[in-house]
Design a protein around this ligand. Structure first.
Ligand SMILES: *Cc1c(COP(=O)(O)O)cnc(C)c1O
Length: 483
């Protein structure tokens, strides 16, 4: 039996495996091509959930049966972000080419923690493209991450090394002045979590009020730094937003860079989706100052549509980046030639050792599409957000809750005669009803104390008429909810 099971991990009948693989690929491409004809999202029914709760299978199942189970129980229930009318949170919509590259990467099954092989050079290439885009100097470094959450954590840790020296790796924060960082109420929650994970404590992140456009306010940061210094604390990090998560605000990055330079603190930019706007001619000028950051985080899986997951962190001072993570236990000894060459390895720049070949889907996609077309897709989404914002503004049924600055529109339905608190509940219910209708997906958030319908457009499949369908559906569902 032992020998049997070892053999079963590879196909016993390659011809049959090949036939099934081809059929599955054809099914998958049909599925992608017809995505517009299906509901954006539907809940997983109780009987389907039950079928996904079986005991551990001890014995073999024919591959065709496993595939059928997938087609019946998993495939019909996607998040929905590949659909043209998915506008929830900030999700990229993926590309067929990215999916193809992911299949090829899985077949190579390279471990990109380090060593000397093709995947390493592909990831270095991708990082280099973006180091140049952001005008980072020679000696800067980068690494692909699971997403911006991990990228922000890495940046926080490198900033911690800068503030405390490499010795912080041995001693932790014992006996050190308390490190404090600066962000705004618009900053993503993963920055707070980075402070928690880094042992700094989230109370060491000053969450400052924004200006009227939801941007970080440099004078407010300057005042907080001054107060903290006066209290014997150690300001070490300012986090700016290039595209804030709630409303898509672009911080005054140049002014924040000035402040960070003056105060000698690390300047990190969280540009999860907004930073990739560097490819769009109308957005790039609004990012001015990003090239002065000490580190930048962004995602390939958001506005550049790489299939999940793929993010990136870039660090101006590559040596400091390495000093934060690199170590060489004997089993990772580097050699001048052979497979253990090509140091530094990616594991010297991150928390992970074994890492997948995430870079391949990014490399394929950028090569096939070209940076210009990726920028044009971003440009198109910005235009659509403006269009939707104007339509909301012009419609008495709706009220815009924040100016449209990039690709996000926050608004609410105004049911006649309802007070604010009632409207909050009503708009939350409306978003749920919309999701359950399968017509479109938005998310909800709070803007200026009021619950909002939040439309994020990072979707290269969205057409203008999808926005009309969205507003019509909201109005129809709102009327039904009021009955
Ligand atoms: C999405 C997002 C994050 C988190 O990125 P993940 O890739 O989901 O980990 C951080 N900051 C902003 C502004 C985001 O939009």
């Amino acid at each position: 039996l032992q020998r049997e099971s070892a053999r079963i991990l590879d196909p016993q009948d390659w011809a049959a495996f090949r036939a099934l693989s081809h059929a599955a690929l054809d099914d998958a491409l049909d599925y992608l091509e017809t995505v517009r004809d299906r509901p954006v999202w539907q809940p997983v029914p109780a009987d389907v959930r039950a079928r996904l709760q079986t005991p551990l299978p001890q014995n073999a199942t024919p591959l065709a049966d496993v595939y059928r189970e997938f087609v019946e129980n998993v495939l019909p229930y996607p998040t929905g972000n590949i659909h043209p009318r998915f506008f929830g949170w900030v999700h990229g919509s993926g590309t067929p080419t990215g999916a193809l590259a992911d299949l090829l990467a899985a077949i190579m099954n390279s471990n990109v923690g380090g060593r000397d092989h093709g995947a390493v050079y592909v990831e270095r290439q991708v990082i280099d493209w973006f180091l140049r885009l952001f005008d980072f100097p020679e000696g800067a470094s980068g690494v692909l991450t699971m997403g911006t959450s991990e990228a922000n954590l890495i940046a926080t840790l490198v900033a911690r090394t800068r503030a405390c020296g490499r010795v912080v790796r041995d001693d932790g924060l014992f006996g050190k002045e308390r490190l404090v960082g600066y962000a705004s109420t618009a900053t993503h929650g993963c920055v707070r979590r980075a402070f928690e994970v880094a042992g700094l404590g989230s109370a060491s992140l000053r969450v400052l009020p924004t200006d009227a456009l939801h941007r970080t306010d440099p004078p407010a940061v300057a005042r907080a730094i001054e107060a903290d210094r006066a209290n014997g604390l150690h300001p070490f990090l300012i986090v700016g937003n290039a595209g804030s998560v709630d409303v898509g605000a672009l911080d005054p990055l140049d002014a924040l860079a000035d402040l960070a330079a003056r105060e000698n603190v690390w300047f990190h930019v969280d540009g999860a989706f907004g930073a990739t706007g560097i490819l769009a001619p109308s957005v790039a000028p609004k990012l001015r100052g990003i090239e002065r950051a000490d580190s930048i985080s962004f995602d390939f899986h958001k506005w550049l549509h790489a299939p999940y997951d793929a993010g990136c962190v870039l660090v101006r001072d590559g040596e400091l980046h390495r000093a934060t993570f690199a170590s060489t236990p004997s089993y990772l000894t580097r050699m001048p030639r052979g497979l253990a060459a090509a140091t530094p390895w990616f594991t010297d720049y991150t928390i992970d050792l074994s890492r997948g070949f995430r870079a391949l889907k990014v490399w394929f996609s950028i090569k096939e599409t070209g940076a210009r077309a990726l920028g044009a897709a971003i440009e198109e989404n910005v235009r659509q957000a403006k269009l939707l914002g104007d339509a909301v503004d012009a419609d008495d049924a709706f009220e815009l809750l924040a100016p449209v600055q990039l690709n996000i529109v926050c608004f609410r339905y105004r049911a006649p005669g309802m007070e604010d608190d009632e409207l909050d509940r009503f708009n939350d219910d409306l978003v749920i009803a919309l999701q359950e209708s399968g017509i479109a997906v938005t998310s909800s958030t709070t803007v200026g104390n009021r619950r909002a319908i939040r439309v994020n457009i990072t979707n290269h499949r969205t057409r203008d008429e999808d926005l009309t369908i969205l507003l019509d559906a909201l109005k129809k569902l709102a009327r039904e909810l009021q009955l």
